[in-house]
Design a protein around this ligand. Structure first.
Ligand SMILES: Nc1nc2c(ncn2[C@@H]2O[C@H](COP(=O)(O)OP(=O)(O)OP(=O)(O)O)[C@@H](O)[C@H]2O)c(=O)[nH]1
Ligand SMILES: [Mg+2]
Length: 201
């Protein structure tokens, strides 16, 4: 398994760092997800949304949103005494997408958060990871008031292959986020499994 620096896991006695990206469309819940699962106070780079940015990234469905990530989110999970997982949340607004290239260096895999009220917003993240051969899972963040779709309905709407896990989550809940990460690890270890999960992590 590759590590954050692209090398093999460290030898017995030393530690290995693993890097996972949390991506998705504007306002899909990336910062919330990283903050919920991180064992440390997450690093976030939130700035107030301006009226000008709303022209480029409409707030339809996320009207309560007042800030946006302008660089990255960063969190950490210690898996055991030798393995530490670093989580990097990507910025959602299109004008910051150039940062994704830097953020994905050495990434093991990715979580693509989807908001079914604005499903197309996560297509660029799916394309980004597919083009780079980075394994990912799609986690449908179920917002209050949004229609609850079955994972296979989301898979079909997104044109995903059967091997890409689609799971449902609540980005605010640590247990739910951990379940999503477990799905990702399973997918990375068994990329050809035809997973058609309908379980909520
Ligand atoms: N009801 C509900 N609200 C959520 C959930 N996840 C996130 N939110 C709220 O949705 C808003 C957007 O969440 P963020 O975590 O900032 O989204 P983001 O994807 O990081 O946004 P950008 O960085 O601007 O692209 C916040 O007000 C969250 O509190 C969820 O699962 N359910
Ligand atoms: Mg954010």
């Amino acid at each position: 398994m590759a590590c954050a620096n692209g090398s093999e896991p460290a030898a017995r006695g030393s530690s290995a760092t693993l890097k996972v990206l949390v991506a998705g469309g504007f306002g899909a819940g990336k910062t919330t997800f990283v903050g919920a699962v991180s064992e440390i106070e997450p690093l976030s780079t939130e700035e107030l949304l301006s009226g000008l940015s709303e022209a480029a990234d409409p707030l339809d469905g996320v009207e309560a949103k007042t800030t946006t990530t302008v660089a990255l989110d960063f969190g950490r999970i210690t898996l055991d005494e030798r393995h530490v997982l670093y989580l990097f949340g990507t910025p959602g607004q299109q004008r910051f997408w150039f940062l994704w290239e830097e953020l994905c260096a050495g990434a093991l895999g990715a979580v693509v958060l989807a908001d079914t009220r604005r499903l197309a917003d996560c297509f660029p993240a799916v394309d980004f990871f597919e083009r780079r051969g980075i394994g990912f899972v799609v986690a449908v963040n179920e917002f209050a008031g949004g229609h609850r779709y079955a994972p296979d309905e989301v898979r079909d709407a997104m044109g995903l292959g059967p091997e890409v896990p689609v799971v449902r989550c609540d980005a605010r809940l640590p247990s739910s986020g951990t379940g999503v990460l477990a799905s990702l690890v399973h997918h990375l270890l068994h990329p050809n499994d035809s997973i058609r999960s309908s379980c909520r992590p």
